[in-house]
Design a protein around this ligand. Structure first.
Ligand code: C2O
Ligand code: CU
Ligand code: CU
Length: 521
């Protein structure tokens, strides 16, 4: 199948209106519904699932400090339209096929509102998972202004539910950021990037097996070790275009793809000025010729078209290999394209600025860390010979090993002795990248010996802000520092390649009350 690039205009997800504001609480209702969505004007409407039936879901906007409650209503059918692997944990026979639970990615929320993978529920809550508590979640929005996103997190089928369309943006705003004078209003545009594949009839394609000809005893359907689509969509359209004036714009970029990393660059070598990362503004803007963005990561950037001739077309391109960074390079005519900017004359003054200082970021100190936790990114084979990804050789249902104490600072060392990058995500916290240390992979794989082979690589400036998902490159120990606060309870950490997360690169995490609190309560 071929589709003509840059035909459709870029849509912008609408901002959701609350049902009511009462007693200082803003209350929303969001229903997950089956829908059809036209991904390209040369495609027929395609069956999909969306929050409020929209792809991506409507954007929720919150002010810092505003209490937001969302009732996430499951109005989905009982049958999934994508291939479920019944051998995965949580998907065994007798389990309902269509289970959902919503996670607000990057948010600091109580455990019962975090969307634990086993807190799922079906349509009308007819069936509920072992950890189900409620469908109305509370978001206190105490954290700084940031681009967050909500998406499905049901155990064993997250990759399918997100691919079906269950993802949307959640933006926290605050006065400090608004005082900066960054481009805003129509000049602030979200870009949600997702890759998709389609069957000849225009329906969504997702593979049902890693093998072309699975033997009779092989699970069918079966999970695949990763899936990358043939078409790149932005805000739900394949290769859209956006008319831009000769001025500055702010783009909030989210990579909401299952597996694909993007290395983005612009024609005419127009630089990206990155101003924010996962957890909000950086300390200072960073000028970059290209941006690497892994699954679930966000990059908040300013693009300046003021010196581009009117009538020019600037293509946003992708050069990242899949799997990242050793697989096949993208096809320059298809997966190497993201979208096109069509530059037109400015029709008013551009009063926006890029201040040289954005926001103060207090650094955690390594000497404050009480615990150093080692996590290895592992791959093994299951009894069918399929790749199964693990964290420190353990999967989702294995005994809990991570039990940080409330308010304590921890250093996590992520060992990657395999061939591919993994984007590691930790719930509840925004963390900081300390450094990445190259290590002797052979010695490590032989007997677990840790031998550094070079000096630590400090974070690039665009990674020196707040992060909740971090690219963990092969051959390096990626070191993170974080403080587990302000809630206790059960969360998860996992690889955000959704196929890895589902099988089985996700682990529970218990934040324990501190002794101080135990005495008090
Ligand atoms: Cu965006 Cu636990 O995930
Ligand atoms: Cu998350
Ligand atoms: Cu992974």
């Amino acid at each position: 199948m071929t589709l003509t690039p840059f035909v459709d205009p870029l849509p912008t997800p609408r901002v959701l209106q609350p049902v009511k504001r009462e007693c200082g609480i803003t209350y929303y209702e969001v229903a997950m519904k089956p829908t059809t969505h036209q991904f390209h004007s040369e495609l027929p409407p395609t069956p999909a699932w969306g929050y409020e039936g929209e792809i991506p879901g409507p954007t929720i906007e919150a002010r810092r400090g505003e209490t937001v409650r969302v009732n996430w209503i499951n109005n989905l059918p009982d049958k999934h339209f994508l291939p479920i692997d019944h051998t995965l944990h949580g998907c065994h026979d007798g389990m309902p096929e269509v289970r959902t639970v919503v996670h607000l990615h990057g948010a600091e929320v109580e455990a019962d509102s975090d969307g634990y993978p086993e807190a799922w529920y079906t349509n009308n809550c007819e069936q509920i998972g072992p950890c189900f508590k409620q469908t109305t979640y509370t978001y206190p929005n105490h954290q700084r202004a940031a681009t967050l996103w909500y998406h499905d997190h049901a155990v064993g089928i997250t990759r399918l539910n997100v691919y079906a369309g269950l993802a949307g943006l959640y933006v926290i705003r605050d006065e400090q950021e608004e005082a900066l004078g960054l481009p805003s209003g129509t000049y602030e545009v979200p870009l949600v990037i997702q890759d998709r594949s389609f069957n000849e009839d225009g329906t969504k394609f997702y593979p049902s097996s890693p093998l072309e000809d699975p033997p009779p005893d092989f699970p069918n359907p079966s999970v695949v070790p990763g899936f990358a689509g043939d078409f790149i969509t932005v805000n739900g359209k394949v290769w859209p275009h956006l008319e831009v004036e000769q001025r500055k714009y702010r783009f909030r970029i989210l990579n909401a793809s299952n597996q694909r990393f993007y290395r983005l660059h612009l024609d005419e070598n127009i630089p990206f000025v990155q101003i924010g990362s996962d957890g909000g503004l950086l300390q200072k803007p960073v000028r970059l010729d290209e941006i690497v963005i892994g699954p679930a990561e966000r990059a908040d950037v300013i693009l300046d078209f003021s010196r581009v001739e009117s009538g020019k077309r600037i293509v946003l391109r992708n050069t990242a290999r899949t799997p990242f960074d050793f697989g096949a390079p993208p096809d320059p005519a298809t997966t190497g394209l993201v979208m096109e900017f069509r530059v037109v004359r400015r029709n008013s003054d551009d009063n926006s600025i890029i201040p040289s200082f954005l926001s103060y970021i207090e650094k955690y100190k390594e000497c404050d860390a009480k615990v150093v936790r080692d996590i290895s990114l592992d791959a093994s084979f299951d009894k069918y010979g399929r790749l199964k990804f693990l964290l420190s050789e353990k999967g989702f249902i294995d005994r809990i090993t991570a039990t940080p104490v409330l308010d304590e600072v921890e250093v996590w060392r992520i060992f990657n002795a395999g061939p591919a990058y993994h984007p590691l995500h930790i719930h509840l916290v925004q963390f900081q990248l300390l450094d990445r240390i190259p290590f002797d992979v052979e010695a490590y794989n032989r007997n677990g010996q840790i031998r550094f082979t070079g000096p630590p690589v400090p974070p690039e400036p665009q990674e020196a802000g707040w992060k909740d998902t971090i690219a963990s490159p092969p051959g390096f120990i990626t070191r993170l520092i974080m403080k587990f606060a302000p809630y206790t309870g059960r969360y998860v950490y996992h690889c955000h390649i959704l196929e890895h997360e589902d099988y089985d690169m996700m682990r529970p995490l218990d934040v324990l009350p501190s002794d101080k609190c135990k005495r008090k309560c």
